[in-house]
Design a protein around this ligand. Structure first.
Ligand code: FAD
Length: 410
């Protein structure tokens, strides 16, 4: 049958954007993602790595500025709200790890836009104009001793000083002095030029005493770790960032107020998880398509294995799960875009958990359909399985995230 689009109200503009991104996903992201997956993490970010082709092409297509208002050179007001989820699905279909790298790159810009300071506003304009991938952002939140603590940190119970973040920022005159370490999991951590950096301003208030800065990562005292070697989403660069008495001009600290920080943290959880919900529907669809294609080709018992009832049933159950995750991700996205910045965090988290669990379950079922060859490097399915597994921890381990979402049900 092939993929059937159930939304009959998609505008021509949304369909055109989907087509453009589909070409990018299949002609650039997918083949490069497969190459990067097999490479050493140092080689992934080397000067001659095909990673840079992905970043440059995405910039030339303007994908990086779709969430930024026109006043800064972005495309926000011109975007059909339905185009976002379609593009995210398509990119996740091409390569999920690369999609996350491209998405997280804009994180510091979201907060730079909130500042009245000319330098920060100019940074956003420069990012929009950057077609070479010279400005790359990251979201530096988790720390070696605080992973899920950050995910659950908006909960008032996390005012315990034992939960205080370890990256400290102390105001001295017109500068903050920043010291500490962010985790090896920071996406784009070793290639980013700027970070959206979560810091501790008041350790006596635990997670509630946090602040948020936009920080250029070429300041004296900043050092990076080795690129992380991991089982899934290997195309996604990750690594530690160390801060040793880094002097940051006060104006770069965007949020210092605890109540505002809590509201912003909720907004970040909503946006990040909403995006994940859309991207991993794409990965699930890719795993399904690979399994269906193989089931039509592989002959056992004298017929294509698709003719066997167990395989048909497996494929149909996979199809049900993907369509349910897709419908929910799109519905959640429509609501959260319309209500921004007051979207529903619980729905965004539910969508992330549903889509990433679905992607993993579908990729797992797909491996059964492939039989033994599904475990080999010869077929894409084993990579999709590994990429999906990483997503169940990315942006919050799914159980910890669900605990955070559950707070909103009361
Ligand atoms: C692919 C990927 C991309 C990522 N990108 C980024 C990024 O861009 N920036 C960034 O800063 N970080 C990033 N992360 C880090 C990610 O957010 C953390 O790995 C995640 O939040 C879990 O933290 P942890 O690994 O420290 O595990 P822990 O917090 O040590 O959790 C271990 C286990 O304990 C459980 N647990 C922990 N605390 C509690 C609690 N209070 N109650 C109940 N159960 C609990 C968890 O559910 C989990 O099962 C990324 C991770 C991955 C895998």
């Amino acid at each position: 049958m092939g993929y059937l689009e159930l939304d009959l109200t998609l505008s021509d503009e949304a369909k055109a954007m989907q087509e453009t991104v589909k070409k990018f996903a299949m002609e650039v992201m997918r083949p490069v993602g497969i190459k990067l997956d097999k490479m050493d993490p140092e080689a992934v970010i080397a000067k001659d790595s095909p990673l840079w082709d992905v970043i440059r092409t995405s910039r030339e297509l303007g994908i990086h500025k779709r969430g930024i208002p026109k006043a800064f050179g972005g495309l926000l007001e011109d975007m059909d709200p339905k185009a976002g989820p379609l593009m995210a699905e398509m990119m996740g279909y091409g390569d999920a790890g690369l999609t996350i790298s491209l998405g997280v790159s804009g994180f510091p810009m979201t907060f730079a836009m909130m500042s009245p300071e000319a330098e920060l506003q100019d940074l956003v304009r420069a990012y929009c104009e950057d077609t070479k991938g010279e400005i790359i952002g990251c979201w530096a939140i988790t720390e070696p001793d605080h992973g899920s603590d950050w995910i659950l940190g908006t909960n008032p119970k996390f005012d315990d000083p034992r939960c205080a973040p370890s990256v400290r920022a102390v105001l001295k005159g017109d500068e903050y002095i920043i010291t500490g370490q962010k985790s090896a999991w920071v996406s784009n951590g070793t290639i980013a030029t700027h970070a959206c950096l979560h810091v501790c301003l008041d350790p006596s208030k635990g997670m509630q005493g946090g602040g948020l800065a936009v920080i250029p990562l070429d300041l004296p005292g900043i050092r990076r770790g080795k690129p992380l070697d991991k089982i899934g989403q290997r195309a996604l660069n990750q690594g530690e960032i160390f801060f040793d008495e880094v002097k940051l001009p006060k104006k770069y600290m965007i949020i210092t107020d605890g109540a505002m920080m809590s509201a912003v943290a909720k907004m970040i959880l909503t946006n990040a998880n909403g995006g994940m919900g859309q991207v991993f529907v794409g990965l699930a669809q890719a795993a399904f398509d690979e399994a269906l294609k193989y089931a039509k080709e592989r002959i056992q018992g004298g017929v294509p294995i698709f003719e066997h009832k167990n395989i048909k049933l497996q494929l149909f159950n996979m199809f049900i799960k993907i369509e349910a995750a897709r419908a929910f991700a799109r519905r959640m996205s429509a609501y959260n875009q319309a209500m921004a910045p007051n979207g529903s965090a619980a729905h965004a988290i539910a969508s992330k958990v549903l889509s990433t669990n679905t992607a993993f379950e579908v990729a797992n079922e797909a491996i059964s359909i492939f039989g033994g060859v599904g475990l080999t490097k010869e077929y894409l399915i084993e990579k999709l399985f590994r990429d999906a597994r990483a997503a169940m921890i990315e942006d919050g381990e799914n159980n910890a995230l669900s605990l955070s979402g559950a707070e909103d049900l009361i």
